[in-house]
Design a protein around this ligand. Structure first.
Ligand SMILES: [Zn+2]
Length: 439
């Protein structure tokens, strides 16, 4: 195993440096970062600019099977959701393992070293728990391990189809019946070497108000807690109609907003909502390619950052899997929304994609090229059709995952030249499982 890497250029915590040797110990952590103008003997050369591993802070692996299949008839977020339910009906633990392995391998090749899997497809097709009620979670763990990714399994409490609306049909696979039932299943789930267990509230519309605090308590004080927040105006309207409160206010009242919490999307917020999120130091996770794909709208990312929210990024339903495109789309959305350029500096976008993304998933200290951090490195070429001639510190705004040359996770090379080291080309990994799911 190669444990010594020479970076042509590296994105270090205090800025960009040329000629950097990064050594990884057997524990997968960085043991040394030193400068060297030439590669030392035995060191693997990483071309271009080497970033810390990117964190994909919001993923639903099975949604990947919908890519390129939902554009024929227009529609809305809500009609897309119907297609997602029809897909959810078909997935078995076996097909989920194969699908998620391909999805996570696609992430690894694209430069992600860690994924936050917002997991709610828990039970068998009739809603009956499997003999081991965490069978689907085990499939996701096994898939992430096969792809060489670190994972935070955000086990999701999902109890209702809307405020006062019962779950029906394929949605029954999502529910544990009550917050207590969810907490019991969660209590059977343990951290392992590469997986951390986190918790999630699907949304303020999917957990009744009188059970929100129970989910917060059931999550425990140390786990990351994620929640979809105000992705669509209709979510706000239903909550206000039923409770007289916005989703952010409901979460605040239940004690769900805190530095360990991540609010995903945070698209349609009032000024007071923004203040609640900022004052509680809740992370705001944007999923810009998904939000564009689903016509969600453009959330107030700059305002949230200014009010005190760390930001993270996720590829969510995976219309594309590309950490560079997520960062670019966040900034482009801000420009379209405000008529101003440079709403986020390249450094802010890198911090959201790396350090703050990992922190939001319960991996504090990761996402930095520094001694003691996980040895996760992503080399982005500076000599491709897209990047040749760019200023290195701005490459995040022009490169795509096609420019990712080598990806190292925990000191080991998991991908290079656009293929996965152990699993090979990504396209063929999908072929059989897609055919099975859509036959
Ligand atoms: Zn989501």
């Amino acid at each position: 195993m190669i444990t010594s890497y020479w970076c042509e250029k590296a994105w270090l915590p205090d800025g960009l440096a040329a000629g950097v040797v990064v050594r990884a110990g057997d524990n997968g952590l960085i043991s040394e970062v030193v400068s060297a103008q030439r590669p030392p003997l035995g060191a693997r050369r990483l071309p271009g600019l080497v970033f810390p591993g990117f964190a994909n802070a919001h993923s639903h692996a099975f949604h990947r099977a919908l890519r390129g299949r939902t554009h024929a008839d227009g529609g809305t977020f809500w009609t897309w959701r119907e297609a997602m339910y029809r897909l959810a009906e078909r997935i078995t633990p076996e097909s989920y393992l194969r699908l998620a392995t391909a999805v996570y391998a696609e992430m690894a090749v694209a430069g992600f070293s860690c994924v936050g899997e917002f997991h709610y497809l828990h039970h068998a097709a009739d809603g009956k728990p499997y003999d081991d009620p965490n069978t689907m979670g085990h499939a996701l763990r096994e898939a992430a391990a096969a792809a060489g990714l670190r994972m935070t399994l955000l086990d999701t409490c999902y109890l209702a189809g809307g405020v006062g609306v019962a779950l029906v049909g394929p949605q029954l696979r999502f529910t544990d019946g009550s917050a207590d039932g969810w907490a019991h299943r969660l209590s059977l789930s343990r951290d392992d070497a590469t997986t951390r267990v986190g918790a999630a509230i699907h949304s303020a519309r999917a957990v009744p108000r009188d059970q929100l605090a129970d989910v917060v308590a059931g999550a425990g004080a140390d786990r990351p807690l994620h929640v979809h927040l105000s992705e669509q105006p209709a979510e706000n309207e239903t909550c206000i109609e039923a409770y007289g409160q916005t989703p952010a206010e409901l979460l605040h009242e239940a004690g769900a907003l805190s530095p360990r919490t991540t609010a995903v999307h945070a698209t349609h917020l009032t000024v007071d909502d923004r203040r609640l999120l900022g004052n509680s130091r809740t992370t705001a996770c944007f999923c810009p390619t998904t939000e564009a794909d689903l016509a969600d709208g453009i959330g107030p990312a700059r305002e949230l950052a200014d009010s005190g929210c760390p930001l993270s990024l996720g590829s969510d339903q995976h219309v594309v899997i590309d950490p560079l495109l997520e960062a670019q789309t966040l900034e482009r959305g801000e420009r379209l929304r405000t008529g101003e350029r440079g709403r986020f500096t390249p450094a802010e976008l890198v911090t959201a994609s790396t350090r703050d993304g990992h922190a939001s998933l319960g991996w504090p200290g990761a996402g930095r090229i520094a001694v003691g951090a996980p040895a996760d490195l992503v080399a982005v070429r500076l000599d491709s059709a897209r990047t040749a001639g760019c200023a290195a510190e701005q490459v995040l705004l022009v490169a795509t995952s096609s420019d990712v040359d080598t990806v190292v996770v925990g000191g080991r090379i998991v991908a290079s030249g656009g293929a996965h080291t152990r699993l090979g080309e990504i396209g063929p990994l999908y072929a059989a499982v897609m055919e099975e799911l859509w036959q």
